[in-house]
Design a binder for this molecule. Structure first.
Ligand SMILES: *Cc1c(COP(=O)(O)O)cnc(C)c1O
Length: 402
């Protein structure tokens, strides 16, 4: 066992200041510090309260459709020639992706804190839809900030959010995309701290969000633990694979296995047009800085200005990444690889034709990386891939590229 593997045996980040090694923290306007403390206190109290836990688990079962299946991908495994590949089917969740595990948890917390107004940021609109969905379910006012450019590109998701009763507000500053929508949401929160709960969409933002969102998504890996015992009579898989945008579906799968050093973990970032062109490979090519309340690897220029990310999959198209992934990269606990737009499109086709499952373009990055990953495993290794979402939302993009 090497040095970093030994260190991760008793991995228990973040510390009380929300630091994952040097990363994370809470770099926010002072007015929000008491709000973040209140969110943290409510979260810690709720998570140890069996009534809250049962309500959360009951909603996951009766509304989201959990537990999601663990599907043996026999034809995909044969096609790749090594390893037994299983798919964790987050694509079967209500609204079509893992994101709702988190929005359910956060809206329950908002209700518990007596908040009446929900705000969220969204890029492609997937997190906006997942937030508008739970706001409708609980009858709370919901405002979603979205870049004006993104609203045009993702008109269907804007219509979905509006149908669900949310107000979608255009962010018209900067590049008019996700980072600008996030700035607007933070500005809103600063102006309305008492009645508003900010539902953040990934393991990003200031402490306690990365820890909290990780906790709400850990149900993914916990179910895999149970399912592997039932299906294959094994305690731990050999390899876990997930795509990384902000990193929430990946950490949800990884976290329950983080102190099991025999489990290899791969996070797959978007290399877009290639690492020398426009991409979203934050961990692979980024440098350390502060964005949206946390220290992490970022895509930025020499002056510290955030550079525009690019990926064919809107959900991976973010110039930051969760602080915990930055730490797991430095520790060497998780290996981060990249796949281009082109190989992701091939990944969509591969999974569709071998398994009858059309994956989201985000997920397809994880599928595409399997070819490289299986080259380094034993013939009968158990590989679990997080199928983070379904591809229906991406059909137009897929058609435009074929
Ligand atoms: C949003 C999204 C992602 C990327 O977000 P993470 O926080 O990295 O999980 C991945 N897959 C799908 C289907 C998504 O909707």
């Amino acid at each position: 066992m090497n040095q970093s593997a030994r260190e991760t045996l008793n991995y228990n980040a973040p510390d009380e200041n929300g630091r994952f090694g040097p990363y994370g923290g809470a770099f926010v306007p002072e007015i929000l510090i008491p709000e973040l403390r209140a969110v943290q206190a409510a979260f810690e109290e709720s998570w140890t309260d069996s009534e809250f836990r049962n309500e959360y688990l009951n909603l996951l079962r009766t509304y989201v459709g959990r537990p999601t299946a663990l599907t043996f991908a026999e034809r995909l495994s044969n096609e790749l020639g090594r390893g037994k590949i299983f798919l964790k089917r987050e694509d079967l969740c209500h609204t079509g992706a893992h994101k709702i595990n988190n929005t359910i948890g956060q809206i329950l917390l908002a209700c518990k804190m007596g908040k009446t107004r929900i705000i969220a940021e969204t890029g492609a609109g997937q997190h906006g839809v997942a937030t508008a969905t739970v706001a409708a379910k609980f009858g709370l006012q919901c405002i979603v900030y979205m870049g004006a450019e993104d609203m045009e590109r993702q008109a269907l998701n804007v219509a979905r959010m509006q149908l669900l009763g949310a107000e979608v507000r255009a962010a018209t500053s900067g590049s008019q995309t996700l980072k600008d929508a996030t700035n607007e949401a933070i500005r809103d929160w600063v102006s309305n701290p008492t009645d508003t709960f900010y539902i953040i969409g990934s393991v990003v933002g200031p402490h306690p969000y990365p820890m909290m969102v990780r906790t709400f998504h850990s149900i993914i890996g916990e179910e895999v633990q149970d399912q592997l015992i039932n299906i294959a009579d094994i305690e731990t898989p050999d390899v876990l694979v997930a795509c990384v945008g902000g990193g929430s579906n990946a950490i949800g799968l990884f976290y329950p296995f983080i102190n099991s050093p025999e489990v290899q973990m791969y996070g797959i970032e978007a290399a877009g047009e290639g690492l020398d062109g426009r991409h979203a490979a934050t961990l692979t090519r980024g440098t350390v800085g502060v964005l949206h309340g946390a220290m992490s690897y970022l895509l930025q220029d020499h002056d510290g200005q955030i550079t525009l990310a690019h990926s064919v999959s809107a959900g991976l198209d973010y110039p930051g990444v969760g602080p915990e992934h930055s730490w797991l990269k430095d520790l060497g606990r998780v290996t981060y690889l990249t796949e281009t737009d082109e190989s992701a499109l091939r990944g969509v086709s591969l999974l569709s034709k071998t398994e009858g499952i059309i994956p989201a373009l985000e997920t397809a990055h994880a599928i595409a990386a399997l070819e490289k990953i299986v080259a380094n495993v034993e013939h009968d290794s158990i590989i679990v891939v997080n199928c983070s979402g379904r591809g229906d939302k991406d059909m137009q993009t897929i058609l435009n590229h074929t």
